[in-house]
Design a protein around this ligand. Structure first.
Ligand code: UDP
Length: 354
């Protein structure tokens, strides 16, 4: 089979790193990079580090509103699919690149495969939620990370075939964990002692685009105890500067701000952190997998099982809630929620049976 995979940003490079290798052993894969994330920090480093094949095509589409970006991607994907005549299109997650790939496939009447299908925050104000729902309803094959995701899809009566394969990020996290645990050099580089620092990430539109919310984020960081490291997403850095909040954040005692990190370095910081504070979907899940308590800087999450298991607390941007969560002990149990680290194999098998 010829499969066109559409990727465009950081979490998709991580997911594709799990699937692309086994997929290429069984089928022909053509990787199209939309360009949504295009610089070295958010894109290049993931290809070189994770052994992901260079994209066969680069659309170089970035910037603009979600609508205009998605529309430009669609305009470029239509002729590409017409020319390549794939047997299936594969998309990951919930970004503009996901939705553009999904709509282009559906319009071209090419079967669509969605990896990480069925995730729901039930918050339609999040652009990601809209992308997930629309993509799932266009998909012929819906590959789910968990039973809960499959149940969400059944409740929506999606027309495609639903299969629970486990989460492909688990495959990558498990492969990298031994090396990350050993990598004390990265932690030393940032002056961090194992188990004694907090790791922060934030870039959701709802938290950083509105200066009032962004100021609450800075206040929350100011209230945190002890050393912390904050690899700053370019969107967040730009919004902090625009709102004249960057200097205030940079002045927080014990806080180390860095550029966005490659997967290896980021994971080295994550696995030995005392706790993680994040608004990222992928990082919530990775914290759980590493047995690191997580405080989610959102009012809701699509990774609900991590909250139910007691490892993740929803704090929004409420500093008091975040501090209360940080003072609680981690649960003693950590059930296997998202599969056994062999999700990619099952994805490839399911695609082969299309
Ligand atoms: N990540 C990384 N470097 C960083 C921050 C995150 O490598 O500085 C990785 C992280 O380990 C996870 C992915 O990027 O695999 C999550 O991406 P992001 O938070 O951008 O996306 P989301 O999961 O929120 O869609």
């Amino acid at each position: 089979m010829r499969i066109v995979t559409v990727v465009g940003n950081r979490p998709q490079f991580v997911k594709a790193a799990a699937v692309s290798g086994p997929l290429r052993k069984a089928h022909e894969e053509i990787l199209i990079h939309t360009g949504q994330h295009h610089d070295e920090d958010l894109s290049g480093v993931f290809f070189s580090e994770l052994g992901l094949a260079r994209p066969e095509r680069e659309l170089r589409i970035a910037g603009g509103s979600n609508t205009s970006q998605t529309a430009r991607m669609l305009g470029a994907l239509e002729p590409a699919l017409g020319e390549l005549e794939p047997h299936a299109v594969l998309v990951y997650g919930d970004t503009n690149s996901t939705l553009a790939g999904a709509l282009a496939a559906a319009q071209a009447r090419v079967p669509l495969v969605h990896v990480e299908a069925g995730m729901r925050s039930y918050d339609r104000a999040m652009p990601e939620e809209l992308n997930r729902v629309l993509t799932d309803h266009c998909s012929e094959l819906l590959l789910c990370s968990s039973e809960a995701a499959a149940a969400n899809l059944r409740a929506e009566s999606v027309p495609g075939r639903i299969e629970v394969v486990g989460d492909v990020m688990v495959d990558v996290a498990e492969r990298w964990r031994p090396q990350a645990l050993e990598d004390s050099a990265t932690r030393a580089r940032y002056g961090l002692a194992d188990g004694a620092y907090l790791l922060l990430t934030a870039h959701r539109a709802g938290n950083v685009d509105d200066p009032v919310q962004l100021a609450r984020l800075v206040e929350l960081v100011e209230a945190l105890p002890g050393p912390a490291v904050f690899p700053l997403h370019p969107r967040t850095r730009e919004r902090l500067r625009a709102a004249s909040l960057y200097e205030r954040l940079a002045a927080v005692p014990g806080l180390r701000i860095t550029e966005p990190l490659g997967y290896a370095q980021f994971t080295a910081l994550l696995v030995r952190a005392r706790a993680v504070l994040t608004d990222s979907g992928g990082v919530q899940k990775e914290a759980y997998l590493a047995g690191v308590p997580c405080v989610t800087l959102r009012e809701n999450t699509e990774w609900t099982e991590t909250v139910e298991a007691g490892w993740n607390t929803l704090a929004g941007l409420d500093a008091q809630k975040a501090l209360a969560a940080l003072s609680r002990a981690a649960p003693s149990e950590r059930p296997e929620l998202y599969g056994d680290g062999r999700a990619a194999e099952r994805c490839v098998a399911a695609i082969g049976a299309l």
